[in-house]
Design a protein around this ligand. Structure first.
Ligand code: CA
Length: 186
């Protein structure tokens, strides 16, 4: 005679509840790990661009653009010969939405305006390099800020230091900007 296990409704309900509790415990952990991975990616891309922009500046004496919003070679100096004297690139393989784990645009520009030392006034402005990531949630921006702006007073972390974060409405969401090099000031 074959043994057929039977479960009471109570036992089945117990298993379902236990699975639900288990899932409720695991999901936040997985989400936290995924956010850490995304944060690390953005810090890594910023570091790569910093090195690339420095090499471009050493070669050309100018600040590069790498901006997919525009087609002209002038806006792709890190990947293509943009005609500037001394250009010896490419300085990076490319810059695409794959470099932004939150799915927004990412672009490096040839101008900066940052309160890098966090004293409340802009101290790096004018020609220089910064990188912008679109669609960055505030929680992730705060973590990136804590990695790159360690030591800058936290009260106004959104506006001071190398990392700046602005909420730009539901389409772009959070605009995260990281100072790289250049700019003049005190
Ligand atoms: Ca900051």
């Amino acid at each position: 005679m074959r043994f057929v296990p039977t479960f009471s409704l109570f036992e089945i309900m117990l298993v379902i509840v236990l699975l639900a509790v288990l899932a409720a415990c695991i999901v936040p952990v997985v989400q936290a790990v995924m956010e850490e991975t995304r944060v690390a990616k953005i810090v890594d891309v910023s570091d790569t661009l910093l090195a690339a922009c420095k090499r471009y500046y050493v070669d050309t004496g100018q600040y590069a653009y790498e901006d997919e919003r525009y087609a002209a070679d002038f806006y792709h100096g890190l990947t293509k010969n943009d005609g500037r004297t001394g250009w010896r690139g490419p300085y990076i393989n490319g810059l695409s939405p794959r470099d932004n784990p939150y799915g927004g645009l990412v672009y490096a520009g040839g101008g900066v305006s940052f309160d890098v030392d966090g004293d409340g006034s802009t101290d790096r402005s004018g020609p220089g390099n910064g990188v912008t990531f679109e669609k960055i949630p505030e929680g992730a921006a705060r973590k990136i800020n804590d990695r790159l702006d360690n030591g800058i007073p936290a009260d106004d972390w959104k506006y001071t230091g190398r990392v700046v974060w602005l909420y730009m409405g539901p389409e772009v969401h959070g605009l995260l900007m990281v100072y790289l090099i250049g700019g003049t000031g005190n």
